[in-house]
Write a protein that binds this ligand. Structure first.
Ligand code: GUN
Ligand code: FE
Length: 429
């Protein structure tokens, strides 16, 4: 038998499709190097003799995928939550992000962020940095050392923000090219660049054109924000009178799916035409329910996204979301969908645990390729959860135990974590 095969054992839970959970109690997860070979209730004879890491009665789930998080904003999470998006950006976000000009400050702040992300259930993430190239590289160095798989973007913005953080068009493009060159030299194994125009109000047409050239010559994926807040959307209408809708303003520059893999956060107010374009272009949506609550943005019609067969994952959107814990994000997604159903539109039924779990694993994982499930051929990202500290007197099924994780868990339940087949050290971070 090949020595690169290894096996972990426990109560295995994962998604194959959006509406149901696969549960294998006291099952075997057989892996080879970085890939899943299969989940088995009884270990096939051919795998006999291979050492088994037995996690007993603990739960084993695929690593969670955060499709939208701002690393520099981790430092002010939980603060200034009484504003809407545009005021919040001016008052909280831009002043804090400006501090990342200082590499010492960036090092301190990013160490805290990476340390906390590593201790949680997240194994993959799409991450915004700031406009600053050196600090973005620092963040990428730290993420690389953490072993998690991430896509990280140096933010681009050349208009409608304070001088102290605004780039010129030329600077924004040139610094991005230089950043990409420096990333290439580092030859990271786990950390890759993603093009990150902040949002349409922050990027001129000239910059968007330059970014498309850069996207094409480097074959980069793209991340940004879309249809988050009513004032923002009105502003985009004024800034881009030729665009049919907000998403079209990205699409006109070729930065909205099709030939470049794209993830857009929010889509709270995306209407039929925009959703159809999202579907047609294969754009991913990062659903960020806590952010949408905190900034009074609203509640995205996720049921509609799912019914349309759109690609949807979960995002923490720290710091508009206060926590990088994606279990918490799953709970918020369910809770927000219930309020939306009761108060706004009773045709869109609330989300279920199965659905939000799918979004946080296989749904978002698809942005990274074959990630977020335990089906054969998927990358081996797994989290072992120890829920024994959350005491209960009654018998619970494995599914019920997972459900409790969604509502009750924090980092104390993270017992072990594997990314790409490698077990990460959880202490000393
Ligand atoms: N739109 C543009 N920038 C941001 C940001 O930093 N956070 C959120 N939630 N929305 C944005
Ligand atoms: Fe965001």
């Amino acid at each position: 038998m090949r020595t690169s095969v290894f096996i972990i054992k426990g109560n295995i839970v994962y998604s194959k499709d959006v509406h149901s959970l696969e549960v294998c109690e006291h099952g075997y997860l057989v892996c080879e190097e970085n890939r899943i070979l299969g989940v088995y209730q009884t270990l096939p004879f051919r795998y006999g003799g291979i050492p088994i890491e037995d996690y007993g009665d603990r739960l084993i789930i695929p690593g969670l995928v955060d499709l939208h998080v701002h690393a520099p904003q981790y430092s002010f999470r939980g603060l200034g939550m009484d504003m809407e998006l545009l005021e919040w950006l001016e008052t909280n976000t831009f002043p804090e992000e400006a501090k990342f000009q200082d590499e010492e400050y960036a090092k301190q702040a990013y160490r805290i962020f990476v340390g906390h992300l590593r201790k949680g259930a997240t194994t993959r993430a799409c991450i915004f940095a700031t406009v600053h190239r050196p600090a973005t590289l620092l963040l990428m160095d730290m993420l690389e050392a953490s072993g998690m798989k991430t896509l990280v973007g140096k933010v681009n913005m050349d208009r409608n923000c304070p001088n102290y953080i605004q780039e010129t068009t030329e600077e924004s493009a040139e610094e991005t090219i230089r950043w990409l060159r420096e990333v290439k030299q580092r030859a990271y194994e786990h950390t890759q660049p993603i093009l990150t125009p902040r949002f349409i109000p922050g990027c001129s047409d000239a910059l968007m054109e330059r970014l498309k050239e850069i996207q094409m010559s480097n074959q980069l994926p793209v991340q940004s924000h879309l249809s988050e807040n009513p004032s923002e959307i009105d502003w985009v209408k004024r800034l881009c009178p030729k665009a049919e809708f907000y998403g079209d303003a990205y699409d006109q520059f070729g930065l909205f799916g099709r030939d470049c893999k794209t993830v857009m956060a929010h889509c709270v107010y995306s209407e039929r035409e925009e959703l159809e374009r999202i579907k047609e272009n294969g754009v991913y949506i990062a659903h960020c329910p806590e952010s949408n609550i905190n900034l009074s943005s609203g509640v995205a019609p996720v049921r509609k996204f799912l019914d349309m067969g759109l690609r949807v994952g979960m995002g923490s959107d720290v710091a508009a979301g206060s926590s990088v814990n994606l279990f918490t994000a799953m709970a918020h997604a369910i809770q927000a969908s219930k309020l939306r159903w009761r108060m706004l539109d009773n045709s869109l039924k609330p989300l279920t645990v199965e659905e939000v779990f799918y979004m946080a694993t296989k749904g978002g994982g698809a942005f990274f390729g074959k990630a977020g499930s335990f089906e054969p051929g998927y990358e081996m990202d797994a989290v072992v959860l120890d829920d024994s500290g959350l005491k209960h007197p009654q018998e619970l099924t494995v599914k019920q135990r997972l459900e409790r994780m969604v509502y009750l868990s924090d980092d104390r339940q993270i017992y072990a974590k594997y990314v790409g087949g490698k077990k990460l050290e959880l202490e000393n971070w």
